[in-house]
Design a protein around this ligand. Sequence first.
Ligand code: GLU
Length: 467
Amino acid sequence: MCNCRTRFAPSPTGYMHIGNLRSALYNYLISKSLGGKFILRIEDTDNKRQIKGAEQIIYDTLESTGLSYDEGPSVGGDFGPYIQSERKDIYLKYSKILVDRGGAYYCFCKKKDDNSSCNCRNLSAEEVENFLADRKSYVVRQKMPKEGSTSFDDLVFGHIEVENSGLEDQILIKSDGMPTYNFANVVDDHLMQISHVVRGCEYLSATPKYNLLYESFGWEIPTYVHLPLIMGKNPDGTVTKLSKRAGAVSFLDLVNEGYLPEAIINYIAFLGWCPSSNKEIFSLSELVEEFSIDNIGKSPSIFDYEKLQWVNAQHIKLLSDESFANMAKKYVNFDVDLNKLSKILKSRISKFDQIPEMIDFLREMPKFDKELFLNKKNKTNEENIPIILEKSIEVLEKISDWNNDKLFERLVKLSDDMNLKKNSVMWAVRIAISGKHVTPGGATEILEILGKEESLERLNNSLKLWK
Ligand code: GLU
């Protein structure tokens, strides 16, 4: 066990973006692999950007991916509240402390809500007192040093150093009394005793400013782990910033397309990290076992749908027949034995939304070209097709225990009796009952699913094409 504490700090501004989910996952993996605690904090201080329902999406996503938090909204913990809008007084209190320590100042300018600089940092204590007494509206700005430089060592990106002269006096408390992200994240990470700050690299360049805040408060600076950029692959193969254009990028979109949460998590783990072995398929608990910060790289990673689909296929194969049938249910809109169907689909799909098109022939026999019967490799031709179909019907009519094993045994026997290859009979029968070149499952598996009556009707209809 260690005192490692990480936090996932999303702003409820929309869907759970893949980049956000990766931050959640890495925070989870880092704390769990070190025997520490994982905290959820909702960063909702920017009213303009809030979207209704977005907070619920965060809770639902963490639940369905298994990224359970030890402290957070509704779970509670010693450092709450865990929703920033409920912590307003805390930030105000700390902004006053910071002003007293000389790390920030009140700014009463007209254009106070932008970041342009002004003269307020030079106001005398008396002037400030007077303005406050007059209830003049204000913002609180960070007092940046004018000289020198600020540096820190990120565990992924290494040594980062910036010139202080380039840092603007950013706003910490807005005129409505709400903190900016820039202030709230520092106060909360300190008060919540966060040991490792794990987040996207878009925050890397602002981190020196946060460190100056820690220093002004006299607080210990946390360990930083900034995560590499995630790029998207466009349909034409070019690589750009991950966006809607390059396909679905939110967790829910992916789930709706038929990706399993465990496969999405497995794939996302690889966006910036790789294990020491060449193992590729991991459950969440296996990821916890294997994860190490040392194996996070800084070069951008590419979100590749083909690879995700492959990972998904592997996870689908790992599902129990029962869970598969359960998941497949919503993609099947006609009456069919889901358990039997699952047996032929499980090893053949890489995404659940492939199911409807794959099984449409089971609902209704499609129109098809009888040329499909003719197949060189399986040695079927105009002469033997009608005979095979006729004989198959005769054999099948006599079968009372209609199951795959029995059907297979009888059709193999028929091919022996007819001195044909097994594949000739299977091909002809499969085309006759499916009308499709490619089907999930072979002839006898499909016969079993269709049932005796429907199968014989289809076979007779197909035989008529040859008369
Ligand atoms: N609320 C910020 C975001 O959603 C959090 C960044 C951080 O982890 O510090 O991007």
